[in-house]
Design a protein around this ligand. Structure first.
Ligand code: PMP
Length: 282
């Protein structure tokens, strides 16, 4: 398997980053995950736009993001699988450990590769998943997609140990998002999800889902909700690059029922979009 590392393609066994890399030492790095459906890097432009915002927010030196697209095309040539997951990580570069930013001229470390992934199992889509709520103890800039994911890792592991698929973060009494997905609920036909603030990652799948809801004329409210409201929801689902739209059937032990009609409609339309190559999504 080939890895793109600072402008070159190397075999994964040869892909090395020095110990003074700021991503390794400080989590001083941003990342993206882009799903490959067949030959189609889904929503590439939206992912790169978010990456650009993150790089700007953290005051990284300029990175040639066009080169990434060309490199991604090269990595795609190795494809002998139907679905893949492309990972991009950009750190502030390599410099002897010091909290202050490294001097001008220090080049960011840019790394990218694609791994095959299994499609979401049909049973999971048909049966939905269980989620549990956990306190949102992350920092206040979660809108920047940094690799500092320790609270997310701990939350997901807690969920796994409780027999759940995902952990849903609750901050100041309201649901923000999940450990690696955004969260939606449906009540009396109205789709609800938390508004974009610094406390959620503006998920690309969330964005695409909202776009689909508009196309289907389904009412949407960008309004935070309580876990207790989720317990009473008619439907709920997660959105994320790796999972697409995934129905939730149980929240903290409260059973909502089988995946409902609104979720099914959104899911169908989403799957259709993953197959269409448009300039905005391709
Ligand atoms: N929130 C968090 C914390 C995530 O890690 C992810 C997955 N990257 C998402 C939301 C969903 O974002 P996207 O749809 O862009 O994958």
């Amino acid at each position: 398997m080939r890895v793109y590392l600072n402008g070159e393609f190397v075999d994964i066994s040869q892909a090395r980053v020095p110990i003074d890399d700021r991503g390794f030492l400080f989590g001083d790095a941003v990342y993206e995950v882009i799903h490959l459906y067949g030959d189609h890097l889904f929503a590439w432009d939206l992912h790169i736009e978010r990456l650009k915002f993150g790089l700007q927010a953290l005051e990284f030196p300029p990175v040639d993001l066009d080169a990434l697209r060309q490199a991604a095309e090269v990595l795609k040539q190795d494809r002998d699988y139907e679905e893949g997951s492309l990972y991009i990580q950009i750190s502030r570069g390599v410099y002897p450990r010091s909290h202050v930013f490294p001097p001008e001229g220090t080049k960011p470390t840019v790394v990218m590769w694609i791994r095959p992934v299994d499609p979401v199992p049909a049973e999971l889509l048909a049966e939905g998943v269980r989620v549990v709520t956990v306190p949102d103890d992350r920092w206040s800039k979660v809108w920047i997609k940094t690799v500092g994911l320790l609270p997310n890792v701990l939350a997901k592991e807690k969920a796994r140990r409780m027999g759940a698929y995902e952990a849903i973060f609750v901050r100041d009494g309201v649901v923000t998002e999940a450990s690696s997905a955004n969260v939606f609920m449906v009540r009396r036909g109205v789709i609800r999800t938390a508004p974009e603030t610094n406390y959620i990652l503006p998920g690309i799948t969330r964005e695409v889902t909202l776009q689909i809801a508009r196309e289907l004329d389904l009412p949407v409210e960008l309004k935070p909700f309580l876990p207790e409201e989720m317990y009473q929801a008619d439907e709920a689902f997660l959105t994320g690059t790796n999972i697409g739209i995934l129905p939730i059937t149980t929240v903290d032990g409260h059973y909502l029922g089988k995946p409902g009609p609104v979720t099914q409609r959104l899911l169908q339309a989403f799957m259709a979009k993953t197959k269409e190559v448009s300039s905005r999504l391709g």
